[in-house]
Ligand binder design. Structure first.
Ligand code: MN
Length: 256
């Protein structure tokens, strides 16, 4: 019996990118789709804990869930699938998930959830989705997935893949780029005279880094960035080694 592959997304179960990813990975295993019943972009890693989750069968091995991408992965891996998947793939997202933006992304969070559950996981996004077909992203997804299935991934590590629209110049291993926050929050007044605020109004500005995912996609290459989920900064932990002694002494004085 072929291995089970889980495909999910954050654009919702009816998004063309989801079907494209499922069909791209079809030859690599038994693909199951478990995806949110509606658009869930930028929900990050949210889990639904305070209301029941419902699963609706929308086709053969295709399910929709009234929850977040992380809900879908959790539900699928821990109960819905007939066996533990060998791969979790999220996407193909409508729009890129580059640099620091990965922290907001539901697509990347779905792959993070898979990783936390111990399943090799990858997120696939396509930039400028209005201008290109999904062919390039499908080809890259299949190639990378095949490699992951053979070689595995290091512990707590997922792959964040971004594919530019248009002709592909190649695939490059990259690191995350960084956003430069220079635009301000926009403050306007609504028709009732009350202030409202708008964040993320301008186009993002990125710091110059030739080795980044942003630079690769800008040059027409697909970027593959390994992300690590051990968020502890071990160097800082070592450097701040005396903080606990000093702070404990101060706390003792304060509480006396
Ligand atoms: Mn999305």
């Amino acid at each position: 019996m072929p291995a089970v592959i889980l495909v999910t997304n954050d654009d919702g179960v009816h998004a063309p990118g989801l079907a494209a990813l499922a069909s791209a990975l079809d030859e690599l295993g038994d693909v199951y789709v478990v995806a949110p019943d509606r658009e869930q972009s930028a929900v990050g890693h949210a889990l639904t804990l305070h209301r029941p989750l419902r699963v609706t069968t929308v086709g053969e091995r295709r399910f929709s869930v009234n929850g977040t991408p992380s809900d879908c992965v959790n539900l699928a891996v821990l109960g819905l699938l007939p066996e533990r998947p060998v791969l979790v793939a999220a996407g193909i997202n409508h729009g890129s998930n580059l640099g620091d933006d990965v922290t907001y992304s539901g697509t990347v969070s779905a792959a993070m959830e898979g990783t936390l559950l111990g399943v090799p996981s990858m997120a696939v996004s396509q930039s400028d989705p209005e201008t290109g077909t999904l062919d390039g992203a499908q080809a890259v997804a299949k190639l990378v997935a095949s490699r992951v299935l053979v070689e595995g991934l290091p512990g707590k590590t997922l792959l964040n893949i971004n594919v530019p629209a248009g002709p592909l110049a190649g695939i490059r291993m990259t690191r995350l780029g960084h956003r430069v926050y220079q635009e301000k929050v926009v403050r306007e007044t609504d028709p009732r005279g009350l202030p409202y605020y708008w964040i993320g109004a301008g186009p993002p500005v990125w710091s110059e880094d030739e080795a980044s995912d942003i630079a690769a996609v800008h040059r027409g290459m697909a970027s593959v960035t390994p992300l690590h989920l051990d968020l502890t900064h071990h160097g800082a932990l070592q450097r701040m080694g005396e903080w606990d002694g000093a702070l404990s002494a101060l706390l003792k004085k304060r509480l006396r």
